[in-house]
Design a protein around this ligand. Sequence first.
Ligand SMILES: [Zn+2]
Length: 96
Amino acid sequence: MEVLTKKQVIKDVPKRWKNQYPNGKEHIYEKLIAAKPLSKKKVDAIIGNDSWTTLTCDQCSKDVPLVVLLDNSEYSNSICEQCLNKALDLINEPKI
Ligand SMILES: [Zn+2]
């Protein structure tokens, strides 16, 4: 389990961009590097959409500032604080 913040997601955009487009779209990569320190607004403007700066909870599908990554299999799950609290409530409810 680890925590992933939107701040980190935005900071990692150039690295992730390079991984996804190793042999192309260099002009975007260079703009991202030149725009450091990156903000959501800058990244969204350079790339042209907000898909690289959203951090989505896999449970409620909301764009959130922070998730916990549950990574025990080939699939990882991102869960937000609100959903974790809901899960805690369920665990703590009296059981039959
Ligand atoms: Zn959630």
